[in-house]
Structure formats: C-alpha cells, structure tokens
Ligand binder design. Structure first.
Ligand code: NAD
Length: 480
C-alpha cells in the first residue's frame, strides 16, 4: 500500500480526487460567497466516467484495506487528524468564504473533525460468542466494501468527516460527493487525506444533483450514507433500492423545545435562543418550535427578545459576529417565504422585521421570533432552516407533549426544567432520535445520532454508527 501522490496542495484550485490524483473537468461550476454574492473559484463537475473510475480505484484499494489490522487503520486516521491541524489556516480561509460562517464557528468545525477522528479511534468493533455443547457461534462484522457519501451544504467539513472516518475505520473505501453549494473544503479535505491513505480509498467526486443520483444507482457501490433534506432522502432510498444498497439517511427535523414552569428564566432563555439560531438556523437539529409554560410566557419571551437583539450578524471578516448569512440564494428565498407568510397572516414579530432588506449583496437575515402563531401555520409545520422561530404558550403537560410529537419528523428535541428528573421523564416521551435535557441540541459522538419517523433511517456515531458500515458475519463452528 502506498499513499496517494498529491502533495504541495494549493487552496485556490479545486479538483476531484480520483485514485489518489487530482482530476479536473472541462465542465465546471462555482459556488457563491454568501457574505458578498461574489463568485468563488471554478470547481469541476464530475461525470459518470469520473465516478466509474473512482469505483474501479476503490475496488482495487479495498481488499488490502479490509485486511489491514484495525490498529494500523487507527494509526493512519490519527495521522490524518494531526495533519488537518497543520492545514487549519488554509482550510479556514476557503471554508469561511464558501459558507459565510463566523471564524469561531469555522474553527469549531475543523476541531470537530479532529475530535471525530479521536473519538472513532477509541472505539472497538464488537464481537459476540455463543458457546453450546456441540458448537460455538461467532458474530463478527466485516466491511461492506465501497460506500458513497452525499453531503449537504450546512456543515461541509464535519458532515464529510462523519462519513469518511467511520467508513475507513471499519475497513471500507468511500467516495464522497460534496454539495454543489459548498464543494471547496470537502474536496480539499479529501485531497489532504491523500498524504496519508492509499490511493483509491478515500475519493471525492463533486458535481451536481444528477451525480448524487448516479452514485445511488452505481452497481459497484454497496452503501449510501446521505445527509440532506427529507425530499431528497426519499429519492436516494428509491434509487438505492434498485441495487438493494444499504442506506443511512440523516434528514431534516422540526425540533420542539419544551420550557417547564420552574426554569431559571434569565439563564435558560438565551440558551434556547442559541439553540434556535445556531448557524443561522441552518442546523438539522436546531430548535424549530418553542413551547413556553403560560405562567412564564411573557417574561421568558421578553428575555429571549433581549438576548436576540444582542446577537451580531455579519461576515466572517468581522471578528465578533455570532451569526453569518444564510448559505445560498435558494435557501435565502425559501427563508424569506416564511417571513412573507408570517406577515401576510398578521402574526406578531416579537423581534425582527417582516421585510428583509438585503445588505451588501450578502444573504443576511436578522434572527426573528414569531410570537404565538396558530397550530397549522407554515412556521409551525415546516422546517425553515433559517433564523426564524415560533414560540407558543402551553398549560397542560400531556397536551404539549402531544403537540411536540405532532409532526412527521423526529430528529431532536429539548426539555428545560429545574427538576431534572421531571424534565427527563418528559424527554423520554418525546419522539425524536436525540433529546436534550437542560441544553440546546449539541450532537456528541458518544451518542448515536439519527432520526425517528421521516427524519431518517439508521444513524451515525457511537458503536451503532460504526456497525452501519458493516455486515454481520456469523460463523457457526460445530465441535465434531
Ligand atoms: P439536499 O437534500 O437538497 O441536498 C443534499 C445533497 O444531496 C447534495 O449533495 C445534493 O447535490 C444531493 N442530491 C440532490 N438530489 C439528489 C438525488 N436525487 N440523488 C442523490 N443526491 C442528490 O439538502 P441540503 O439543502 O443540501 O441540506 C439541507 C437539509 O439537510 C435540511 O433539510 C437539513 O435538515 C438536512 N440536514 C440533516 C442533517 C442530519 O444529520 N439529519 C444534517 C444536516 C442537514
């Protein structure tokens, strides 16, 4: 096994990475800097041929990697984790331009990749042994082979790594397809990995949505791990079903946050606001509906409004911003639709303006709270994926639990209360993959992350997340 040949990486030219080598294309597209509206660098649109070549290279690389002891795989992953630290400044510059994220959030995402590596390297692949008089049954796990990872635009680095790291650790090869909105840092991540890993093991073929479909159709690929919207997730599953590929689907959510009457209002209200507006609301598990007990509704909302007014929104060039722009024009227009609808319906804007005024050509939107819109309204029913969130009062615990669960999604949820036991009891009744008591939604690799209902199938992180990249391989050994 020898590592790929890419060295002297530059951060102003972008390539797909096939069989350890940079690959361009005559067919290119480009992202837009969401802080300025300016075009970013050209980036190749991968073709069916690029994908076929990547699958062929992965097939070649897979057997040796499958047979490489896990300790050696961990050694290389650890080297990669250290290497990415050396490229932090270069990655940061690209990443802030393509996502518009404030520097602090961007640094946190790069550190998150390193943490993912460390965490996964602390895991072991489980085995089981059943002993009977006449036989022993060994349950072991073997890698699936070649995986395809399809990435959305909201966390291009972290959500690439969350697929690449467990796939490699478990002995698979993986090809990722970054989002056409944020292709740059994901491609560079894979290019950096060529310094450590054998050619063909981790590859990137970027392009448009059709390429995503081609990945799902490809007969040489055994699993698709997809993060994105519910609508696309359904298409991925339908396409992947033709070759009975395994799928992990990490999809959208409409997280409820229930505020019990005994909370410390001044401490909790700002945290709930952060949960709703983290990454300008463009987080699958951001808080998207806030239910406040009626006895504290006014006071709690007033604290939320005061904290929201203190939030600074701007481009990554300004140091102390908490939020950046919405990432792309399509999403900007979609989020504006929620403002227009709320205005048209006459809902009360507790903070924020109904009419969004464009600033500096960037897709900036001030965080906005809609005070008590009715059930059935668009802002309650749908995921805006932007900095706008509704609050509603509640009086009966059973009724608010039912209201929180009354959705086709089930990704995350939060419960806030001084009585932790009582809050935890409520948490256990919320239909969501990850429920947080006295914290807003912060995914932690120690717990598997996945959705209930239409928020997904399977999940990532934790030992269960690892096993999603493996087949059970059960060996029945008779003693005579
Ligand atoms: P999207 O579904 O539009 O696109 C995601 C990816 O799928 C992109 O790379 C896109 O090119 C590709 N794609 C598009 N059509 C395809 C097809 N027919 N077949 C295969 N691939 C195809 O999602 P997005 O707008 O990039 O991301 C936002 C959504 O992602 C939100 O709904 C958000 O909640 C969700 N999300 C979920 C998680 C999670 O872990 N559950 C995390 C982040 C984002």
């Amino acid at each position: 096994m020898s590592p790929g040949k890419v060295s002297n990486i530059v951060f102003d030219k972008f390539y797909n990475i096939v069989d350890g080598k940079q690959r361009g294309s005559d067919n290119v597209h480009h992202g837009i800097n969401p802080s300025t509206g300016q075009e970013l660098w050209d980036v190749p649109i991968g073709s069916q041929q690029d994908l076929d070549d990547a699958v062929a290279a992965a097939k070649k690389a897979f057997p040796a990697w499958r047979d490489t002891p896990i300790e050696k795989r961990k050694e290389l992953l650890t080297q990669f984790g250290e290497l990415i630290g050396q490229y932090t400044d270069e990655l940061l510059a690209v990443f802030c331009k393509e996502t518009g994220k404030p520097k602090k959030s961007a640094v946190a995402e790069i550190q998150g990749v390193q943490y993912l590596v460390q965490y996964h390297c602390s895991l072991e692949i489980p085995t089981e042994k059943y002993e009977a008089e006449d036989k022993t049954i060994y349950t072991e796990y073997t890698p699936l082979g070649i995986c395809g990872g399809i990435i959305p635009w909201n966390f291009p680095l972290f959500l690439s790594a969350i697929k690449i790291v467990p796939a490699l650790l478990t002995g698979n090869a993986i090809i990722i397809k970054p989002s056409p909105f944020t292709p740059y840092s994901g491609l560079k991540l894979v290019e950096i990995m060529q310094e450590v890993f054998p050619s063909g093991l981790v590859q990137a073929v970027g392009g448009n949505n059709e390429l995503g479909q081609q990945l799902c159709e490809h007969p040489g690929i055994g699993k698709i791990t997809f993060t994105g919207s519910i609508a696309t997730g359904k298409k991925v599953m339908a396409t992947a079903s033709k070759t009975l590929k395994r799928v992990t689907l990490e999809l959208g959510g409409n997280d409820a946050s229930i505020i019990l009457p005994d909370v410390d209002i001044k401490r909790v209200a700002p945290e709930v606001v952060k949960g709703a507006f983290q990454n300008s609301g463009q987080v699958c598990i951001a808080t998207k509906r806030i239910y406040i007990h009626e006895s504290i509704y006014k006071e709690f909302l007033a604290e939320m409004v005061a904290f929201t007014k203190s939030i600074k929104v701007g481009s990554p060039d300004e140091e102390d911003n908490f939020l950046g722009p919405v990432q792309n024009s399509m999403q900007y227009e979609r989020v504006k639709g929620f403002f227009q609808d709320s205005k048209k319906q006459g809902y009360k804007f507790a903070v924020g303006e109904p009419d969004i005024v464009a600033a500096n050509k960037g897709y900036f939107i001030q965080p906005t709270i809609i005070d008590n819109p009715p059930n059935g309204s668009r802002i309650i029913e749908e995921e805006p994926f932007g900095p706008i969130v509704p609050t509603q009062p509640w009086s009966d615990l059973e009724e608010v639990i039912a209201r929180a669960n009354n959705t086709n999604t089930g990704l995350g949820a939060c419960v806030w209360g001084k009585d932790v036991e009582k809050a935890s009891k409520v948490a256990r009744r919320l239909e969501a993959g990850s429920v947080f008591v006295n914290s807003y939604e912060k995914a932690d690799p120690h717990g598997m992350f996945g959705g209930h209902k239409e928020s997904g199938i399977g999940g990532e992180m934790g030992t269960l997340g690892l096993l999603a990249y493996m087949n059970a391989h059960v060996i029945h050994v008779y003693k005579s």
